[in-house]
Design a protein around this ligand. Structure first.
Ligand code: GAR
Length: 206
């Protein structure tokens, strides 16, 4: 039996992963409600997508840092998420490292999606890194967030072959197709209470 989880989605850009989560909620495949959406980018399309669905959405200014949130932004984010009843945080293209107060407020309840088969190609534009490296396979990873950069225990991965005629765009598009299936699936396992973290390993109980 799945509990209804309340997800805060954090993103910096387009928000296609947010859309796939929202669609999964709508179709009943994911036992969740989306509590709110936060972006560190004022005109990120993810905010617009949320508003179109009448989901509370706001920009939080994370200045002066480029890669993390300062203490004030962190407090603002936590208070906004708590006010909207979020018990789970899904990073969906959120281009900042989550640390400190945010991690402490949601222990073992923050997940991220990353566009490679971690631990290969952490960081930015991982599809480009994989293509330039000459890898034959890449994919996507859903993992718990632990304060490092793309380092937390892995919940789920889906592989994508790299084709001879791939461009960065075509490869990222195929990775995103897999992301849009993987993220709702991993969140549903979380809602069903099936994920058991043992050190670095995440066991998915039947
Ligand atoms: C996704 O491919 C996600 O995996 C990636 O950003 C994209 C966001 O797309 N995240 C990272 O690279 C994080 N290191 P979206 O805004 O359309 O969901």
């Amino acid at each position: 039996m799945a509990n209804l989880i309340s997800i805060a989605v954090l993103g910096s850009g387009n928000g296609s992963n947010f859309e796939s989560i929202a669609n999964a909620v709508e179709s009943g495949m994911l036992s969740a409600r989306i509590a709110c959406v936060i972006s560190d980018v004022p005109d990120a399309f993810i905010l617009e997508r949320a508003r179109r669905r009448n989901i509370p959405a706001r920009h939080i200014d994370c200045a002066p840092f480029k890669t993390k949130l300062d203490g004030a932004a962190e407090r603002e984010a936590v208070s906004y998420m708590q006010r909207h009843g979020a018990d789970t945080v899904a990073l969906a293209g959120f281009m900042r490292i989550v640390k400190g107060g945010l991690l402490a407020a949601y222990p073992n309840r923050i997940v991220n999606i990353h566009p490679s088969l971690l631990p290969a190609f952490p960081g930015l534009e991982s599809w480009k890194q994989a293509l330039e490296y000459g890898a034959k396979w890449t994919g996507c990873t859903v993992h718990f967030v632990d304060g490092g950069m793309d380092t937390g225990p892995i919940i789920l991965q889906r592989a994508v072959p790299i084709l001879d005629d791939d461009t960065t765009e075509s490869l990222h598009a195929r990775i995103q197709e897999q992301e849009h299936a993987a993220y709702p699936q991993a969140l549903q396992w979380l809602a069903e209470g099936r994920l058991q973290v043992q050190g670095r390993r995440v066991l998915v109980r039947a």
